[in-house]
Design a protein around this ligand. Structure first.
Ligand SMILES: Cc1ncc(COP(=O)(O)O)c(C=O)c1O
Length: 375
């Protein structure tokens, strides 16, 4: 990965608030083109919107011909549907009041094909009762656990087949395939990642075969994230759809770890020096309410103009850098940083400034950062 961000005209930079997030629309389009090229066809992609949560990015995807989309929250589904998406996988098991929210989504967007996931019969039965009582129907994917052990059901278990059968039998529900997410596959080398993915894959194929022998249709295998979708893309299986998220903006966490990924940073944080408390310290207005704090302390953002500075304090509204180059910085100076983890960083910002081919073209709302839009 090239840890660089495009140059921003100094006058534009001076006008942008800090802390804030800027998105480079031309880089976003280039990353989407790379995703499509890796997938082999636009029809094999079902990108996850959790990275950007922005209707404007969904519109770019739709313009590029990406018709299938993936979400992790009810608000993301509303954002996608309002932006014009017609085929949405809610890759999250609805439980509790989210069951009624799913019914509401189906009612509000009758022309949207919506799928949810399941890995347990109890909420599945509740979903069936709620959907059927409303006279509606929804697709359900079996959430298959290929080793992440976060959600899902072991593909080589009898319970997996029984649960998929239950989807077919319960009112208002239709079997929609398997959800196969593998966020634990973090091998640096693509060869090792491929070997790890392929060692689990026969269990998925075997479950698919068992379901089909039982007369059940398995129309889709929804696989992978940014590090592994290139591996699934190599498999010649028409049921496979690919669900990368992060690559659309990319970040230092993935770019530093996975050298084979050819995405470029398309989002950066803008921050200013607010203090020089000691000769070797530069204090920025980039606290953990502006850049995601789930990476380890000291590694939450990368500054191309200060690559070796140590991040010694990270509070809610302050980031303190220690560097022998500190004397070159004065209060008011601007820095651009590439987040280590872009997805939760996007969600910290209400809107983003948008630069396209060097021009400031407006701002985009981070629509689905809210937990609730209307439903
Ligand atoms: C279920 C699911 N699918 C797809 C993705 C996208 O993965 P990535 O961010 O590696 O592109 C994620 C990421 O968290 C996820 O949880």
């Amino acid at each position: 990965m090239k840890f660089v961000v495009p140059n921003i005209d100094p006058q534009i930079l001076a006008s942008l608030h800090s802390p804030s997030l800027v998105v480079f629309a031309d880089q976003v389009r280039a990353n989407i083109d790379r995703m499509i090229a890796t997938a082999g066809s636009v029809d094999r992609l079902r990108p996850h919107c959790k990275t950007h949560k922005m209707a404007e990015v969904v519109r770019i995807l739709l313009e590029k011909g990406v018709t299938r989309h993936k979400a992790a929250t009810v608000a993301e589904i509303e954002m996608l549907a309002d932006a014009g998406a017609k085929d949405i996988s809610f890759a999250y098991n609805p439980v509790g009041p989210n069951i009624a929210r799913v019914v509401e989504l189906v009612r509000k967007y009758p022309d949207v094909k919506l799928f949810v996931t399941t890995d347990h019969p109890a909420p599945l039965r509740q979903l069936s009762a709620a959907v059927a009582a409303a006279g509606l129907s929804v697709g359900v994917m079996l959430d298959v656990d290929v080793g992440l052990h976060r959600t899902g059901i072991a593909p080589d278990s009898d319970a997996a087949l029984q649960l998929y059968q239950a989807i077919e039998e319960l009112d208002g529900l239709t079997p929609a395939g398997f959800h196969v997410y593998d966020g634990h596959q973090h091998q640096e080398s693509l060869d090792e990642r491929r070997a790890a993915v392929l060692s689990e894959w026969p269990k998925v194929l075997d479950l698919k075969a068992r379901c089909e022998q039982a007369g059940l249709s398995v129309p889709e295998l929804l696989c992978g994230g940014t590090p592994t979708f290139p591996v699934y893309a190599e498999l010649n299986n028409p049921a496979i759809l690919l669900s990368p998220g992060t690559g659309i903006f990319h970040d230092v966490g993935y770019g530093g770890h996975f050298q084979d990924l050819d995405f470029v940073p398309a989002a950066a944080v803008i921050t200013r020096v607010i203090s020089r408390p000691t000769p070797d310290r530069v204090t920025l207005d980039l606290g953990n309410k502006s850049v995601a704090a789930d990476p380890p302390t000291g590694q939450r953002v990368y500054f191309p103009d200060l690559p070796t500075a140590a991040q010694v304090i990270h509070n809610e509204e302050h980031l303190v850098l220690e560097t022998p180059d500190a004397e070159g910085f004065q209060p008011g100076d601007v820095l651009l940083g590439i987040p280590t983890h872009i997805c939760p960083t996007s969600a910290l910002h209400q809107d983003v400034a948008v630069i396209d081919h060097g021009k400031l073209v407006g701002s985009w709302d981070v629509t689905a950062r809210n937990r609730r839009i209307t439903i």
